[in-house]
Design a protein around this ligand. Sequence first.
Ligand code: TXD
Length: 318
Amino acid sequence: MSLVEMRKPFVAIVGAGQVGATSAQRILEKGLSDVVLFDVVEGMPQGKALDLMEAAPIEGHDRRIVGTNDYRDIEGAEIVVVTAGLPRKPGMSREDLLSLNAKIISDVCSNVKKYAGQAKVMIVTNPLDIMTYLAYKILGFPDSRVFGMAGVLDAARMRFFIAERLGIVPREVEAVVLGGHGDLMVPVSSHLKASGKPVKAAMAAGELSQIEKRTQDGGAEIVALLKTGSAFYAPASSVCEMVKAILKDERKVLPACAYTRGEYGIRDIYFGVPAELGKNGVEKVIEISLEPEEKKGLLLSAEKVKQGVEELTRLGIL
Ligand code: TXD
């Protein structure tokens, strides 16, 4: 039985590190739901939860957060966000993290299955597409209830880069970034818009391809600057955006790491595609028109994700 009383629907976050704690902060301060913050490190989630509660009188929200080291407290969660794992160090690829984080995801998901069997589960841990697939296998939940966060972040980075280049506010830019959350992700520039107007034809090709490359390397750019740890402010905003779409049943189409069944010619892997998010999690995978180069890029990226999944089998994890 759950040890804490939370107002439903509530969100549980497993991994109270940089992304986990910042996501909790955003969820609370936007008034979206109460939060249970879990970590294996004793005292740390309790300390961060207390600190966040002490900000409530100033921030003016009426939400509640509880920190815990006991999985029983996630019982009844509507959404479990999994940010447990090691972040990249400079020079480390997301794939280097594979075997280290696979053990953590296996442990976390066994507990989520045991204590929050009805929840929707959002994976954040890298390498994202592979960890989401592993989580799906361990959880045994319908695929609509297991998905990953990456595309919202990658698209937000591109939106910012374009806005900066055009001298407009970032929210005026619409971008779609699909594929695996790795160096082969596909910024879909044919769908890029600024203040509602297509950008591709209006920008020099060389300039646009530089922004595409910077988007693909967006995570590494921050890792190199920070020296320890990886990005967390924009990732937490992205988590929050997806949590909101689900809690409020917005049926909003966002790029998400979802299970594929032949969409875009890709099958049986978790992969970044446009997904309609609502109360059931991934309500639908949406197919948008792609230019031949974009389609080719997507297939290449899918190949890389498949190799990662095969690596899980080779390592005896799957
Ligand atoms: O777009 C995306 N999907 C990403 C992914 C954007 C940013 C960060 N991305 C990945 O998220 C990153 O590469 C890492 O794999 C995760 C978490 O990144 P974060 O920056 O939050 O890492 P921290 O600060 O090290 O926090 C990880 C926490 C830390 O508090 C550990 O004690 C905890 O995870 N941890 C665990 N919690 C529960 N259970 C287990 N087994 C466990 N092991 C570690």
